[in-house]
Each structure stands twice: as C-alpha cells, then as structure tokens.
Design a protein around this ligand. Sequence first.
Ligand SMILES: NC(=O)c1ccc[n+]([C@@H]2O[C@H](COP(=O)([O-])OP(=O)(O)OC[C@H]3O[C@@H](n4cnc5c(N)ncnc54)[C@H](OP(=O)(O)O)[C@@H]3O)[C@@H](O)[C@H]2O)c1
Length: 335
Amino acid sequence: MKAYQITSPTGLDALQLVDLPQPEPGPGEILVRIRACSINYRDLAMPRGGYPRNDKMPLIPLSDGAGDVVAVGSGVTEFVEGDKVAGCFFQDWEDGMPTEKQFRTALGGGVDGVLAEYVIFAERGAVKIPAGYSYEQAASLPCAAVTAWHALTKAETRPGQTVLILGTGGVSLFALQIAKAFGARVIATSSSDAKLERVRELGADETINYVKTPDWDEAARELTGGVGVDNVIEVGGAGTLGKSFAATRMGGTISLIGVLTGRAENPSPAHVLRNLQRMQGIYVGNRRMFRELIRCIELNGINPLIDEIFPFEDARGAYEYIVQGRHMGKIVISV
Ligand SMILES: NC(=O)c1ccc[n+]([C@@H]2O[C@H](COP(=O)([O-])OP(=O)(O)OC[C@H]3O[C@@H](n4cnc5c(N)ncnc54)[C@H](OP(=O)(O)O)[C@@H]3O)[C@@H](O)[C@H]2O)c1
C-alpha cells in the first residue's frame, strides 16, 4: 500500500511517499481503507520536530482520517465490513480521565497516523461517521471538532451565554457552529474582514477584526454590556492569553487549546484569581465525546467548512497550504 512516512524531523522534505505492507487487523482491531484525511496545525510539528509525546520514528503522519471498514479482527462486535468510520484522535481513550500512557496513543503522534491507503484502528478507537456525511466531511472531525466540543461542554455552555472564538481556524469554526447549536451567542475575531463576513454567514452574532481593533478584549467586553464573555476558545497562546483573561466575565472560563502565537510569555495570573475565573486545559477529547458530538451534528445539521481538498499525491501541498495560513476551515486530502 501507499503511505507517507516521516523518518526524521528535518522539515517538510521529510514527508516521503513509500510502499509499505498492507497491515492486518489483530484481535479487537479493524482494517480501514482510508478515503480522506484532514490536516491540523499540530501536524506541522511532526516533520519539523518538537511535538510533545512524539517519540515515534518512522511515523505515518496525521490524526484525522475516515474510510471504509474492509476487515475486522477477532472479537470485534461494533463494526462490520462496509461500515464507514473515522478514527479517534487517541486510540486508547474511551471515557473518563486519561493516563499519560493513553495520551501516547495519539494518531500521527505517539502511534502511526492515517496518511495511508490502509490503516488499523482499535475497535475502541473508531466511530461510525455522521449519517449523510462524505468521507471528506467526516475526516474533518476527529481533532478540531472534538476539541471544540470538549471545550464547550466542559465549560457547561448554556443557551444565552456568550462564547468568544479567536480567529477562523478549524477549532474556532467548529466551536462557532456547536455554540450556536447550544443556543449561545458567539463573538468571532479574525484578521480578515472577508473571513468575518463568512463567519457571520455561519452564524456569528458579532465580529471583531483583531488587527484593526488591537484592543479586541475591550471590544468583546463592550459587546456584553461591560460584563465579559462566558467562555473563550483560546487558540492563540502567549500572544492572546492576557487579553482573553480581560475579555472574560467574573467567574467565566478560558479554554486553553492552542499556541498559535507561541508558548513563551507568562501573562499575569492575577486577573484570573481576582475575577474567580477558571482556566481549563483541553487536549482533543475521548471517544464518548466524539460520539456525543456526532449526535449533535446529526440533530442540528452541522457541516464542516472545508477550504480545500488536495489529492493524495500532493499531500505536501496541504502542508504548504496550512503553513501559508490563508485558509478558513479544514484542509482535506483525498486518498
Ligand atoms: N489542545 C488541543 O487539543 C488542540 C486541538 C486542535 C488544535 N489545537 C491548537 O489550536 C490552535 C488552532 O488550531 P487550528 O487547527 O484551529 O488552526 P488553523 O485551522 O490553522 O487556524 C489558524 C487560524 O488562527 C487564527 N489566528 C492566528 N493568529 C491569531 C491571533 N493572534 N489571534 C486570533 N486568531 C489568530 C487565524 O485566523 P484568521 O485568519 O481569521 O485571523 C488563523 O487562520 C493551534 O495552536 C493548534 O495546535 C489544540
């Protein structure tokens, strides 16, 4: 079978198309013919090096893939040949609080990922895709959408609350769509007015251009009558964290998800303690969350925003495209 492999983290050139033996499912495993993958910001770290808990080399990259079950191992009861499935980001985190060992089962991180024609998933590490979804749509979900679901449900987002999403990347757009399904009000930020117009079409109630309005935290507070937002989907990291604190209401939640602007600085924690706020770390999510998300998607007719689909032969093009940062929504590779 054809697969991409990274043998050493030397940059995007490390991504090599190779021939590998087709894997066979063992007990409790399923063999999936992958039809589509999606790429996430974290996937840039594998060819470049520096992803936490990534000690596997050579590595088949990418966590997000969907396809058809073509064989099942002994003892498998949940799936049969022909089922359309997506892999869970963590192959061994079904529910509850994970262990460090379970965190090492991230596809395309601690274990081989999905940028291949055939992939083995644990039975407990796969879900049936939403009814009516294409492979491309299903492949958009495992990392970004589950992360957004985890952040919003852990913050107990309720109708009438205000959620602030930063930028228009994969996680933020799913957070927008899910928050709207929960009956929340969404304030969206972006560096681009054109992207803000599109997020309004997707349901955002209020928008702020964070380049034209560098004090976007104050703007967000003003939009809540000076009170502050209930939950921030904090994907920016060091460069945005201080303003996310300031935009949040007394007792509100900051969901710590990403480090797009870096990890280095330390904004003062004093604001958090003085305002009784809660910071919650989010690292994708478990299989139960993925299944809950799928029920919400089916009930509310949520469809991922897909920016571009690359052919398997040009997987590197997908990596280069995400580096450019011009995308809005998911970047998919058809296999
Ligand atoms: N903890 C987890 O489990 C988890 C899961 C998934 C992702 N992540 C992390 O979350 C971050 C986002 O991931 P993603 O896949 O959504 O990325 P993405 O699709 O590549 O999104 C990037 C977008 O972020 C926005 N952005 C960049 N700098 C910004 C800033 N200073 N302020 C506000 N927005 C800014 C930009 O939006 P505009 O173009 O609209 O300005 C950009 O398009 C990454 O750091 C990723 O590693 C973490």
